[in-house]
Design a protein around this ligand. Structure first.
Ligand code: CP
Ligand code: NVA
Length: 304
């Protein structure tokens, strides 16, 4: 393999490439529904390194590889030498001689960068403390399917300035939409990311201000993986930041609500919104499957 293409953040693909992935995801979704999937990943192996828990990410990557005729390997640090302290650089060199693409979910974003630096095959960020770009592919696919192109629209982020929020900042730049972030003081996303996206992203202090006349309202858990000890203090800090029907009355009448899941019902999002028969949240989760198949195909095709 010449030079591998990686997907560590949304900024690794240009807007044209990102849209090509979304359109292909929609196409693969139709093909899958018709039962006409081809074995495009025959003999291809995806290594999946999980240092944090997962339901959607693991199942969507694993099922996606199987449906395309390939194979996925679940690698937990508990059972591999990574957990015993084998350096990331060495693991990257070895694994990338055996598999065709590697997906990593870890804590420090720097870990996926180091892995990519030493890998001969594409590396996919399946969530770090800083970014969750795979989820954004599914979210952007879902918006495109239901409302058309997101360029020029307004998106409200309500909640923690976490990895998802930071990937939304990247998305605002790549897909050219306005992003309004409402978070309590002290829970803002990284300053350098905000500064780099000043023309499209603003931080406001109330959820109502962010949501006013928006086309998409997004939230996520107030305590991300690794922050379990802060759950109670965070619940107090985020009091008043719940996405619910009342808050949605400030958005456009056809505004969508998204949540990457898992959700804490009645905390960052009301049960009523999750259970709304018109909710796109479950399809947003399903789209992880289609979007990641398109992503893996793109990375394999562009790394030759
Ligand atoms: N949204 C998401 O990444 O879910 P999992 O943590 O279940 O993979
Ligand atoms: N912000 C959440 C996303 C989970 C998919 C976390 O990092 O735990």
């Amino acid at each position: 393999m010449a030079k591998p293409r990686h997907f560590l953040t949304l900024m690794d693909l240009d807007p044209t490439e990102l849209n090509a992935v979304l359109n292909r995801a929609i196409e693969l979704k139709t093909i899958q529904a018709k039962g006409e999937s081809e074995e495009l990943f025959k003999n291809k192996v995806l290594g999946m390194i999980f240092e944090k828990s997962s339901t959607r990410t693991r199942v969507s990557f694993e099922a996606g590889m199987a449906q395309m005729g390939g194979h996925a390997l679940f690698l937990s640090p508990r059972d591999t030498q990574l957990g015993r302290g084998e350096p990331i650089e060495d693991s990257a060199r070895v694994l990338s001689r055996m598999v065709d693409v590697v997906m990593i979910r870890t804590f420090e974003h720097e870990n996926v960068e180091r892995f990519a630096q030493y890998s001969k095959v594409p590396i996919i960020n399946a969530l770090t403390d800083d970014f969750h770009p795979c989820q954004l592919l599914a979210d952007m696919q879902t918006f495109l399917e239901h409302r058309g192109p997101i360029a020029g629209r307004t998106v409200a982020w309500v909640g923690d300035g976490n990895n998802m929020c930071q990937s939304y900042i990247n998305a605002a730049q790549q897909w050219d939409f306005e992003l309004r972030i409402a978070c309590p003081e002290g829970f803002e996303p990284r300053q350098d990311l905000l500064e780099g996206a000043r023309d499209r992203v603003t931080v406001v202090r109330t959820p109502q201000e962010a949501v006013k006349d928006s086309d998409l309202v997004v939230t996520d858990t107030w305590a991300s993986m690794g922050q379990e000890d802060e759950k109670n203090t965070r619940e107090r800090a985020f009091d008043g930041y719940q996405v619910n029907t009342e808050l949605m009355s400030h958005a456009h009448s056809d505004a969508l609500v998204m949540h990457c899941l898992p959700a804490y019902r009645g905390k960052e999002i009301s049960a009523e919104l999750l259970d709304d028969p018109d909710s796109v949240i479950w399809e947003e989760a399903e789209n992880r499957l289609h979007a990641q198949k398109a992503l893996v195909e793109f990375l394999l095709n562009h790394s030759r």
